[in-house]
Design a protein around this ligand. Structure first.
Ligand code: NA7
Length: 532
């Protein structure tokens, strides 16, 4: 006998998922400890401090709903909160619920081995600590393992380099600098206008143009905030009901795009464009199912790009030709307008890519560019990167990497066969990045905590997904994705941004039916799980 385990629950990560997991699990009487690699809480919002970093979900929605006191007392200042404000919020939550004492900072979990005799996880850290607990919760985030492509000569550059997802805490002063930025995803689209306003010159290397919708960010109107706060629970419930795939109060029109004539469609898109945000993609119910429908929205955006960008050649280069919404849509503040600045150049890196990085700059499109700084806005090894970054070993010593060799396989995105008592918060196979992440996190953490209580009450030591349930679930996730246009482009949802990564559509489309299924599984004695 190895004696009593050190803890009941070990949580990896102190972002919004880890913080809430600690709060719930401690509240349910489980001895819980969180390990966090950073020196503070906030996860994504701790690491992504690049200029212009801002949430794409409106702040009244992108916040915890579990505590009415919390949601009443916290005052958001803008329609879309900036990174510093969200980080302040995460810190406020940690203080308010006395979470810090349960978190070990500056400590990365490196390995986790399941002991089949004792039914417990043995977790090891980079500080040399080993801790055991029957349950392990990976709250490692969907976009936390940065992707830094292996560009030829990457490390030969003599100037400063930055990755948007690992931005220096003290900030970066680009004044008077010649800056190159690689990538035109959400992070770049937020950072480019801000860097351009500061730097001497900014060169943007674009491989694939992206659709972007104006955020129309603005200070929050206190009367409107009070109105929401007066009925916050209804507002949240309403959010869930209206939720149509993008995790916010998308005013969803339940009609197909071609049911309107061209003028009405244009007017609908224009009104949503003026409103700003993901509302645009709720204009019709078939934008992500019918190419013909999608093209009407895509062309509307292209027209806005053409009328915004002065140089027609640059405008054409910025016009995407793929399905709108297939890659994660971007929201911006003055992105396309930035290309009208004299100190900004757009370089097409589609055909030949970034050819190489030199001690002085970048070679792309057959040209040599000289820079003082290079910003890599090249994204993340999404959804599986952080999970596979830990050496997780389940039954018979099989690693998670081996088990997911052909792509991630889970039941409900919460658990995976061969890894008993391991829970994934917003794991692949759950809606996660296709919803408001905080809503997805609360639903998962509530489900996991209730499950832990049920196991304790029933005297069960283990829970493990059955192979059949997992196979069926993987098939379900694929089937749902296959009914849409999502799998038609090179998105990180599919793992296509990482060379060699298995190509599997990872998130499940549709949050409300998913949440209902999870509840039904629990209500039916954890159908699809073996309890031991
Ligand atoms: P994204 O959306 O993955 O964007 C990464 C960008 O970097 C994208 O434009 C990529 O082009 C580009 N990229 C990646 N690798 C290369 C190479 N090798 N050469 C040239 N260009 C490259 O990451 P973000 O950080 O912007 O956003 C991530 C999520 O955070 C976002 O979706 C929101 O949910 C919040 P590509 O399109 O692959 O051709």
């Amino acid at each position: 006998m190895a004696g009593k385990p050190d803890l009941d629950v070990i949580v990896v990560g102190a972002g919004f998922a880890g913080l809430y997991m600690l709060h719930r699990s401690r509240g349910a009487g489980f001895r819980t400890r969180v390990f966090e690699a950073g020196d503070g809480v906030g996860g994504t919002w701790y690491w992504n401090r690049y200029p212009g970093a801002r949430c794409d979900v409106e702040s009244m929605e992108y916040s915890y709903s579990f505590s009415n006191e919390l949601q009443q007392e916290w005052e958001w200042t803008e329609r879309y909160a900036g990174q510093p404000e969200i980080l302040r919020y995460a810190n406020h939550v940690a203080e308010r619920f006395d979470l810090r004492r349960g978190i070990t900072f500056n400590t990365r979990v490196t390995g986790a081995v399941f002991d089949e005799n004792e039914n417990r996880w043995l977790v090891t850290t980079d500080s040399g600590e080993s801790v055991s607990s029957p349950f392990l919760v990976m709250a490692t985030g969907c976009l936390s393992s940065t992707n830094l492509p292996d560009f030829e000569g990457r490390d030969s550059f003599l100037g400063e380099t930055y990755h948007t997802g690992r931005w220096p805490h003290q900030g970066v002063d680009f004044t008077g600098k010649r800056v190159g930025i690689i990538g035109t995803g959400s992070s770049a689209i937020q950072a480019i206008p801000v860097i351009a306003a500061e730097a001497k010159h900014l060169t943007v290397f674009q491989r694939t143009p992206n659709y972007s919708i104006p955020a129309h960010n603005k200070p929050l109107d206190s009367a409107a905030v009070q109105e929401i706060k007066a009925e916050y629970p209804e507002f949240r419930a309403d959010n869930l009901r209206m939720h149509a795939g993008f995790g916010s109060r998308v005013h969803h029109n339940d009609a197909p795009a071609l049911s309107d004539d061209a003028d009405d469609r244009e007017a609908n898109y224009a009104a949503r464009w003026r409103h700003g945000g993901f509302t645009f993609l709720g204009a019709y119910n078939d934008l992500l199912r019918s190419r013909e429908a999608n093209e009407t929205a895509a062309e509307f955006v292209r027209q806005r790009i053409r009328e915004t960008v002065d140089d027609p050649k640059v405008a054409e280069l910025l016009c995407p030709d793929n399905v709108i919404g297939c890659k994660r849509p971007c929201l911006d503040t003055g992105y396309f307008e930035t290309y009208n600045r004299a100190n900004v150049e757009l370089v097409d890196a589609r055909k030949r890519g970034i050819e190489r990085i030199t001690p002085n700059g970048v070679v792309a499109g057959g040209r040599q560019f000289e820079f003082d700084c290079i910003v890599f806005a090249t994204g993340f090894d999404a959804m599986t990167g952080a999970l596979l970054g830990v050496d997780v070993r389940g039954r018979d010593g099989v690693t998670l990497k081996q088990a997911w060799d052909a792509g991630p396989r889970t039941y409900l995105g919460l658990c995976t066969v061969g890894f008993p008592n391991l829970f994934l918060v917003t794991g692949p196979g759950s809606p996660s990045v296709l919803t408001n992440m905080i809503v997805a996190i609360e639903q998962h953490v509530d489900w996991i905590t209730d499950c832990l209580r049920d196991l304790r009450r029933e005297g069960c030591g283990t829970i493990e997904a059955t192979r059949q349930a997992q196979d069926d679930w993987v098939e379900h996730v694929n089937t749902v994705a296959g009914l849409t246009l999502y799998p038609t482009c090179n998105s990180w949802y599919l793992g296509k941004n990482i060379p060699g990564k298995p190509q599997v559509f990872m998130p499940l489309i549709g949050f409300p039916p998913y949440a209902q299924m999870c509840a039904e599984v629990a209500a039916n004695g954890y159908r699809g799980f073996d309890l031991g």
